[in-house]
Ligand binder design. Structure first.
Ligand code: UD1
Length: 422
């Protein structure tokens, strides 16, 4: 299993291109199941999670061709030969559950294994199930699989989610595009990835309004057609690389970045003393070498501070001149990076959903273990600011969400290399 070796090498300077959003792409790809005409996605990120989704769609009978080095995905679901999403694929990635809504809508039936994915909490699927049941599906859990049928087809309904789940919103919106009549989804997730999915569905002929707000209205249509859609910028990759010059010092321009994707995160970085400017090409982040100010952070659904940037923010606050409190409200077990950061000399105490971070003058390089996708990258960011060498082991999680991370960081002057192990 590969490791990544990082050495603190002073200030970072240059540009980093930001890829298309993993989480948007993972919802856009299953949209192919809704139509028998081709769907082309451009600006796709080159990540192992995308390959996993391609494999899953392939197992259902869809064709997925990867072109231009993986940046263009040509998908076609002319015939669906199988309606079961197998445990062996689903366990690798929770987003596999996004085939449930589209399969039900198109074929009236689906069998989907309950997911695995990052070990950051229980992550049940009750909100997906309640939403799809409201549309007329009958869903039963048998031997680890959800068996869903819609014997009389799906029918529009008014649904109020108990929580604005990203995945449930995506599943219900996709399913409702082909339902009979109107669906009103209340307490819908408002994340930019939802807005991107709706844009694509609309290009495929769906009738949807209200994306980006808490109420999405979908008028069912008889069929969807082919479309070409460019995947939105990855705001989590953007935020991750914004931390790099903040923690190591320097000035980096993030190409394709936009403040609107990450407003509350940008506000917190600025509160910590980091400078952010919008440029013609993206966002420029600068920070003189030196400690940032402590800030308190509470993760929330969009437009709040994203949970997927909590670990990276914690890495930054480890070297602040003072004490910060981070509160995690989205996932119940998402501080697994804390003990690893402590091994690097950080002062962190975790009590339930709160982590108190007492900033230290300097972190110290150490061998550490990556536990989930965003935790892995937080350790690499910490390594950029540490004295000596940090070896992050078990980085397969990283390849799920960051394309060419070593190259991107090396291009701005960081000393980062992959150590390949058999
Ligand atoms: C998506 C993102 C993930 C991000 C998360 C929150 C993708 C592929 N992944 O995950 O990176 O961290 O949004 O922004 O887009 N929940 C339930 N019942 C459900 C569904 C969710 O209790 O039926 C709970 C989960 O356990 C979790 C919280 O709701 O505690 C958030 O989950 P959700 O918004 O659904 O996240 P995902 O779509 O899985």
């Amino acid at each position: 299993m590969d490791s990544i070796r990082v050495k603190g090498n002073g200030a970072l300077r240059g540009q980093i291109p930001i890829a298309g959003a993993k989480n948007a792409c993972l919802a856009l790809m299953p949209a192919t199941l809704l139509s028998d005409e081709p769907l082309t996605l451009t600006n796709a990120p080159r990540l192992s999670d995308i390959k996993t989704m391609a494999q899953l769609l392939g197992s259902l009978g869809a064709e997925v061709a990867s072109m231009q080095g993986g940046q263009v995905l040509a998908l076609s679901s002319h015939d669906l030969s199988n309606l079961t999403a197998d445990y062996d694929i689903v366990r690798k990635m929770r987003a596999s559950n996004l085939v449930l809504g589209p399969l039900l809508a198109r074929a009236g039936r689906a069998v989907v294994s309950l997911p695995g994915g990052c070990a950051i909490g229980a992550r049940p699927m009750d909100i997906h199930i309640t939403g799809l049941e409201a549309l007329g599906a009958e869903i039963e859990l048998k031997e680890g699989y959800l068996h869903a049928v819609a014997p009389r087809g799906l029918k529009g309904a008014v649904i109020e989610q108990r929580f604005a789940s990203v995945g449930a919103t995506e599943n219900v919106v996709m399913a409702a595009t082909l339902a009979k009549g109107t669906t009103v989804l209340k307490n819908a997730a408002r994340e930019p990835e939802i807005v991107d999915l709706v844009k694509c569905l609309r290009a495929m002929g769906a009738e949807i309004e209200g994306e980006g707000t808490g109420t999405i209205t979908i008028q069912g249509v008889d069929r969807l057609h082919g479309a070409t859609h460019a995947v939105v910028t990855d705001r989590i990759e953007l935020g991750t690389y914004m931390i790099a010059p903040a923690i190591a010092g320097g000035e980096v321009e993030l190409l394709g970045g936009r403040r609107a994707l990450l407003a509350s995160f940008c506000d917190k970085l600025e509160e910590a003393g980091v400078e952010i400017a919008e440029t013609d090409k993206g966002l420029r982040v600068s920070h003189a070498t030196g400690r940032v100010a402590p800030v308190n952070v509470r993760t929330e659904v969009f437009p709040g501070f994203p949970t997927d940037l909590q670990a990276q923010m914690m890495a930054l606050l480890c070297t602040a001149h003072g004490t910060s409190v981070l509160e995690e409200t989205i996932f119940e077990n998402r501080f697994m990076h804390a003990p690893e950061l402590v091994r690097m000399g950080a002062g962190i105490e975790v009590h339930g959903g709160h982590a108190t971070v007492r900033g230290v003058e300097k972190l110290k390089g150490a061998p550490v273990m990556a536990t989930d996708l965003r935790a892995s990258v937080s350790l690499i960011l910490a390594g950029l600011a540490a004295e000596g060498e940090t070896l992050v082991r078990r980085v397969y999680h990283l390849d799920r969400g960051y394309e060419r991370l070593e190259e991107k960081l090396a291009a701005v002057g960081a000393e980062v290399e992959r150590v390949r192990e058999e």
